[in-house]
Design a binder for this molecule. Structure first.
Ligand SMILES: Cc1ncc(C[n+]2csc(CCOP(=O)(O)OP(=O)(O)O)c2C)c(N)n1
Ligand SMILES: [Mg+2]
Length: 923
């Protein structure tokens, strides 16, 4: 690439805040540099530049800055290559897609008011079409294809294109946002759950697309480095809005992409300068701000600011006045130019933008309409192509394209603050047009005027009558447009977006893997469910079938969970390898990093870890490799902190295991209010594909993990599991016979005690660590009060509830059929006495099944804020210790008239319960 000296002078003057006091001298220096560039090449030029900077720095002159460049295209004109496609045909195709995308929204809203967005796609159409025609690779026999995160609100665009491609029907387009209609509809946004053959990843919750894309690109490298899949042919493209960049998830992990040198990742930010309510910055410049952030994070930034119409002006702008003006005008004013031009005042651009005699002279030969029609970079296919090409050719790091566009481009609401929410193209009438109409005809006339203006703007053929009907437009199959469109996709390997639905099952892990976990822990040796899990992982990762596929993920804290022995054995993934000797080298739990390490050590980054989880848990589809993620973290920092990513994981049909460690409001002793989780199970039950379990014993955990692997990776079910595991150590019993089914269904009888002379019976349910308090309560009831009881391990209230509502629904809708029985009913229905349920989670968790127990249930849980204390004191405080469970059982018996009430005051005393204490949830 050859850059002219005068351009260099101009650019350096523009990107610096200092005045150029001696342009001749500057030119001299730059000429020398230009000669080095030409003769010795860019490497040498870079070296000299850095040497100069070091020299100046050494003299104490700060030389920071340089993270923003002029408000110009990054790819200089003379480095551009000619557009490789047929621009005229591509424009026709794009116009048809624009129409259909707009029509599907407007049409759906005429009758049903179901919403939808026109403006986002209209501003991004060129950004997508250049990708579809020249870059996005489809899935083929030997290439997994590109992974594209589409901007959620632009979904009508990809739908309209798929309609032309023959992948969606007119019926489906008509039923945009009406998925329950006969023939099916189209989901509002990219939702793989709703359209599993089409959308690959969900994006519409702002910020999640970008962070998922970064970790997806890194995961592709991980698979490559571990020899699990050939991912070299797949690029990750993430399209995002400039407003979306305000979400912390959008930009928060940029440095990871640079650190990992992800040149398989391209972000395209549609900088239409507006978000939903109005301008993103207005008085500032979003493109410059983003450039600084991306550059600072180590990304290759490619600005695509101006269309070809500006080339001549910029070439003649010898003094740099035009480029300076571009840099100085705030975003709100650029919005005003587009808006005013649409509203019939193109002269404003000459008056306000070209605001000096020099600038006015520069455009004296151009009409107002010409000035208004000069495009922004993101609307010019040649500029977009060259920007994409620069990004594709960049090596050693990720690239971002900052594409300057206009929101609602070409529509009646172009650049209006209301553009985002517009569902139609109403264009205001002139006084004469109004005079010719009756008042009740205004709306129709405005609409037709808007549609005609759109048609004329994009030059497609359609009668006024068809416009008014929002008729979808699909040229004949053998028309040049359709032939071209299909050929381009064929050349690129196939259609996009398309989600791979072919699942190749894994062989199940050998049953022996789980045997050790089914046995009792060594006598006298205590173990927590977390450690039981770590030892199971050690076994599982050695299994010949699934061992290599296991992907442990940990956001620091691995020591808390006892993971380090796995670090040494299986290695921590580091794309750079280990270029140092770890301080603990030679120990069994040495911090061993390797390019083919199996474990992800994510650092303190739960959102990033979730994004890795999603990439790993969807690789069965994306890269046809059934990797099985186990993401272990503080249970408090899961559903609560990154719940929206968990929701996206479910939408993406993600599989795997979330391991909520240090679980329980009373169990992680000492840590207090911010750490002690007594509610993640409530959030877990809101996610339809989540299977949430709260096991008490190591064997329960192992049974659930084995079942999970079989359901997800052998049978291919789109589920993921959530298991809470605790850090309290105790002796683990051996697995009793015949309990597997109950463990998986969520409830099974663990132990019955019937003291001699027992007159009353209670059913005691316990989960997780609190099961042991319940077992102690069982002893108290038997020895002190001669009450018989059965203790049940309630491994999953979510499963129990799911089954209860399924049975209830079946019985309600099938009154003429024999009634079905729920698992809760089967286990507890014919037992005597009250049911007392306790856990280290909020009461609501257990109360989910209380409607199916005919008023028999009393629930004890950990409602309220946690605090720092010992386990024993916390369990007394939250009233879930053995004494409280025993007392609650006596009370419940008395309430049912099965025990004399007079026993209760004495029992309170005997059990040491202070009835006068405030509720745990109010203090
Ligand atoms: C987390 C989240 N918050 C809010 C929204 C609602 N929302 C949808 S689109 C939008 C504005 C998008 O602006 P921008 O990102 O600039 O995209 P554009 O349409 O301008 O291309 C908002 C606020 C959302 N979808 N997700
Ligand atoms: Mg925007």
């Amino acid at each position: 690439m050859i850059v002219r000296t005068e351009d260099l002078v101009r650019r350096s003057a523009l990107s610096s805040e200092l005045a150029d006091v001696d342009p001749l001298e500057t030119a001299d220096w730059l000429e020398s540099l230009e000669a080095v560039l030409k003769i010795q090449g860019p490497e040498r030029a870079k070296f000299i530049l850095e040497a100069l900077r070091d020299k100046v720095r050494a003299a104490g002159v700060p030389t920071e800055g340089g993270i923003q460049t002029p408000y110009l295209n990054t790819v200089p004109l003379d480095a551009e290559v000619p557009y490789p496609g047929d621009r005229a045909i591509e424009r026709k195709i794009k116009s048809i897609i624009r129409w259909n995308a707009m029509a599907m929204v407007a049409k759906a809203n005429k009758t049903t008011n179901v919403g939808g967005h026109i403006a986002t796609y209209q501003s991004a159409a060129t950004l997508y079409e250049v990708g579809f025609n020249h870059f996005f690779r489809g899935r083929t026999e030997d290439n997994h294809g590109d992974i594209i995160y589409f901007q959620g609100h632009a979904s009508p665009g990809p739908y309209a294109r798929a309609f032309l491609e023959g992948r969606l029907t007119e019926q489906q387009l008509t039923n945009f946002r009406q998925e329950l209609q006969p023939g099916g509809g189209l989901s509002s946004y990219p939702h793989p759950w709703l359209m599993p053959n089409f959308w690959q990843y969900p994006t519409v919750s702002m910020g999640l697309g970008p962070i998922m894309a970064i970790y997806q690109a890194r995961y592709a490298r991980y698979l490559e480095n571990r020899g699990l899949a050939d991912t070299r042919g797949s690029h990750v493209w993430a399209y995002l809005g400039d407003g979306e960049c305000d979400e912390p998830e959008s930009l928060g992990c940029l440095s990871i992409a640079a650190r990992e040198k992800l040149d398989n990742l391209i972000f395209v930010v549609n900088c239409n300068l507006q978000r939903l309510d109005g301008p993103c910055r207005g008085s500032g410049k979003i493109v410059q701000e983003l450039e600084g952030i991306f550059k600072g994070a180590g990304w290759n930034v490619v600005k695509c600011m101006w269309g070809g119409e500006w080339d001549d002006l910029l070439a003649r702008d010898r003094s740099g006045a035009l480029a300076r003006r571009m840099l100085e005008v705030p975003d709100g004013e650029f919005q005003e130019y587009a808006y005013a031009a649409k509203k019939g005042k193109p002269q404003i651009i000459r008056e306000k933008f070209f605001n000096t005699p020099e600038l006015k002279a520069l455009v004296a030969h151009l009409s107002d309409d010409h000035l208004a029609a000069m495009k922004r970079g993101g609307h010019d296919p040649a500029k977009v192509y060259n920007a994409y090409r620069a990004a594709m050719n960049y090596r050693g790091g990720p690239s971002v394209i900052l594409a300057h566009t206009v929101k609602g481009y070409g529509t009646a609401s172009e650049a209006n603050n209301t553009a985002h929410q517009e569902k139609s193209l109403m264009l205001a009438l002139t006084a004469e047009e109004m005079a010719a109409l009756k008042a009740d005809g205004y709306k129709v006339a405005q609409e037709l005027k808007g549609l005609k203006s759109f048609r004329d703007r994009f030059q497609f053929t359609m009668t006024d009558a068809d416009l008014a009907e929002y008729k979808f437009y699909r040229p004949a199959e053998n028309s040049p447009e359709m032939v071209y469109l299909q050929e381009r996709r064929k050349a690129l390997g196939g259609y996009q977006p398309a989600r791979n639905n072919v699942f190749v099952p894994s062989s199940p892990p050998r049953p022996e893997v789980f045997h050790r976990s089914h046995q009792a822990s060594t006598a006298g040796k205590a173990q927590s469910t977390t450690l039981a899990w770590v030892s199971l992982m050690g076994q599982l990762m050695k299994d010949p079938s699934v061992g290599k596929l296991i992907v442990p993920i940990v956001p620091d804290e691995g020591q808390t969970f006892g993971l380090p022995p796995l670090y040494n054995q299986f290695g921590l993934y580091n794309s750079l390898g280990q270029n140092y000797v770890p301080v603990d080298t030679g120990t069994p739990s040495s911090y061993r990093e390797a390019t083919n390490g199996q474990i992800f050590q994510e650092g303190i980054n739960e959102a990033g870890s979730m994004a890795t989880f999603i990439a790993a848990g969807t690789a069965y589809s994306t890269f046809s490799v059934n990797t099985i993620p186990f993401y272990i973290y503080y249970s408090m920092f899961g559903f609560q902190r990154v719940g929206d990513l968990i929701w996206a994981a479910a939408d993406a049909r993600c599989r795997g295991f979330l391991m909520g460690a240090t679980a329980g409001r009373t169990t992680l002793n000492g840590e207090g209010l911010q750490h002690e989780d007594g509610h993640s199970h409530l959030a877990a039950l809101t996610v339809p594909t989540c299977r949430a379990y709260d096991p008490a014993w190591g064997y329960e955990m192992a049974v659930i993990v084995e079942e999970g692997i079989n359901r997800m990776y052998v049978k291919g079910e789109d589920l993921f599991y959530y298991l809470t595991i605790y850090n309290e150590a105790y002796e683990m019993p051996a697995m009793p016979a015949g309990v597997k089914d109950g463990i998986l269904k969520g409830l099974y009888a663990f132990k019955t005690v019937t003291p001699d002379g027992a007159k009353q019976t209670v059913q005691l349910l316990g989960s997780g660590v609190i099961l042991r308090e319940v077992l102690r309560a069982q002893e108290i009831l038997a020895t002190k009060y001669k009450v018989a009881s059965t203790v049940y391990s309630a491994t999953s209230y979510q499963e129990l509830r799911r089954d209860c509502i399924e049975v209830e629904r079946y019985n309600r809708l099938h009154p003429d059929q024999p009634k079905k029985k729920s698992h809760v009913d089967t286990v507890l229905g014919s037992t005597p006495g009250p049911v007392v349920a306790s856990s280290d989670y909020m009461r609501t968790l257990h109360e989910q099944i209380s409607p199916y127990l005919n008023g028999r249930m009393l629930s004890l849980g950990t409602d309220g804020f946690g605090r720092s204390e010992t386990r024993q004191n916390l369990r007394r405080f939250f009233e879930v210790d053995a004494e409280h469970v025993a007392y609650a059982a006596l009370y419940a018996l008395a309430e049912r008239g099965e025990l004399d009430k007079k026993v209760l005051p004495q029992a309170l005393k005997d059990l040491g319960i202070d009835a006068g204490r405030p509720h745990p949830w109010t203090v």
